[in-house]
Design a protein around this ligand. Structure first.
Ligand code: ZN
Length: 273
């Protein structure tokens, strides 16, 4: 039997901090209690070398081949691919290879959450019928994976399931919701979920205030967190090592920040026209 775990972003209406700014509603969403981890693996003890890592031996094969849901929009794909590129910058190695659209398949093709793992495809799926995943509707997305038979700290396959049922997942800088769904930034959400897919767990604010693996995230129009912290880079390098200039963590952090700032500048120039 494979060991299966899931980490999913987010929980509970009562934990929402809800406020209004710039005429838009924004929510700080709690990610607490969204882990189902082995106990005693050190991943939740900040003093442990394995803190923040659920699968410290990484993937059984790299790069990770992946397919996307047939209904993923170009905007959603752009956010996903940019998030992948950022994690690749963090280690200086190729981590992801696009295999194409998973023809005829969406999250709705699967009867439940874990069945999407059974097809040997590492997929990124939109779920228009979220309730059948068994997760609360306030969960933004779920990352599920299998560890290998030989090594319970090594990942063999994984999927990310996005809750497009209850959230409008896109580019939060430009997306406008035309129904009751709150806007969630795809790149931000994918950065966090890909962190789980690569082997990372949540990191608490007292350890790393700026971590993309923080147990809370802001959602709403214009809200993004598309950067990695220095700690995020260090933790992912513990799993995958590093190549070339990526091994200089300060320089890598600066390069990621600079790239994102440039992309944001281009974006705001485009939207001001
Ligand atoms: Zn999470």
């Amino acid at each position: 039997m494979f060991l299966r775990y899931s980490l999913f972003v987010l929980v509970i209406g009562g934990l929402f901090t809800n406020f209004v700014a710039c005429g838009a509603q924004m929510y700080q969403v709690s990610l607490k209690d969204d882990t189902q981890l082995q106990e005693d693996d050190g991943s939740e003890d900040p003093a442990s070398l394995q803190y923040g890592l659920h699968s410290p031996h990484g993937w059984s094969t790299l790069p990770i081949q992946f397919k996307v849901d047939q209904s993923l929009t170009p905007e959603q794909k752009t956010g996903l691919v940019k998030a992948m590129a950022t994690w690749e910058m963090a280690i200086g190695k190729k981590l992801f290879v696009f295999q194409g659209v998973h023809n005829g398949i969406s999250g709705d093709s699967f009867p439940d959450l874990y069945s999407s793992l059974g097809d040997n495809v590492n997929g990124h799926y939109l779920d228009g019928h979220w309730d059948k995943t068994g997760k609360p509707k306030l969960v933004l997305a779920t990352t599920i994976w299998e560890n290998t038979r030989e090594d319970a700290k090594k990942i063999s396959t994984a999927d990310i399931r996005f809750n497009s049922n209850y959230y409008l997942i896109g580019d939060s800088v430009t997306a406008v919701s035309e129904d009751a769904r709150e806007v969630v930034d795809m790149q931000t959400l994918a950065m966090h979920e890909l962190g789980h897919l690569l082997g990372l767990t949540h990191v608490i604010a007292s350890v790393d205030r700026n971590s993309v693996m923080s147990p809370t995230v802001f959602i709403g129009p214009g809200l993004t967190n598309r950067l990695l912290s220095k700690g995020d880079i260090g933790r992912v390098q513990k799993i995958y090592g590093c190549e070339g200039t990526a091994c200089d963590i300060d320089a890598t952090l600066a390069a990621i920040n600079s790239l994102q700032r440039n992309q944001d500048t281009v974006k705001s120039a485009e939207s001001s026209h």
